[in-house]
Design a protein around this ligand. Structure first.
Ligand code: SF4
Ligand code: SF4
Length: 165
């Protein structure tokens, strides 16, 4: 059974197309942004060739997560909330400023708070595909979102990613 497969972050991909030339199986498609998982053999050639760091290898089976103490999760949630508020404050400042230097500074602080909040969310057990938190979120999407395509994707993810806390 294959252990790894490549994924592409389309926000980073500049369509330089080096991955197309090195992929031995033709799994990489830059037109639709997808990597065909049925063709990908997880060799990692595309990851090494990508100048934009847009490609990564991910495992088919994720290891169990470390158990975190509830007090630590509470603290992480508080920090996430604080970073999120700072991000919003900087967005507001950016939108109501004329001075280009302050706008740039606000943008930098906004982005940095977003990145820190995402890191903290990962630490708290969110955003990890194998976590119960992620499954609870997907379940909520299935039950509450109207868009049928999003529902379908959420259902497929629940099937593909068994909980491994
Ligand atoms: S090599 Fe990287 S940047 Fe170029 S097309 Fe492939 S994923 Fe995109
Ligand atoms: S990991 Fe190998 S097979 Fe999979 S898309 Fe990249 S180059 Fe192709």
């Amino acid at each position: 059974m294959k252990k790894m497969r490549a994924i592409r972050n389309i926000r980073l991909c500049t369509k330089d197309c080096l991955c197309l030339y090195v992929c031995p199986t033709g799994a990489s498609d830059t037109e639709n942004g997808q990597i065909d998982a049925t063709k990908c053999i997880g060799c990692g050639m595309c990851v090494q060739s990508c100048p934009s760091h847009a490609l990564s290898l991910v495992p088919y089976e994720y290891p169990a997560q470390q158990v975190k103490e509830p007090a630590m999760i509470d603290d992480l949630h508080r920090l996430i909330s604080s970073k999120s508020k700072q991000e919003s404050a900087m967005r507001y400042l950016k939108q109501h400023q004329q001075d280009p230097i302050i706008m740039q500074l606000a943008q930098a602080i906004e982005t940095s708070n977003r990145v820190m909040a995402e890191d903290l969310a990962r630490e708290a057990g969110y955003m990890l595909p194998q976590s119960q938190n992620t499954h609870t979120l997907l379940q909520m999407i299935i039950e509450t979102v109207d868009d049928e395509n999003i529902k379908k994707m959420a259902k497929e993810l629940v099937k593909l990613l068994p909980v491994n806390d």
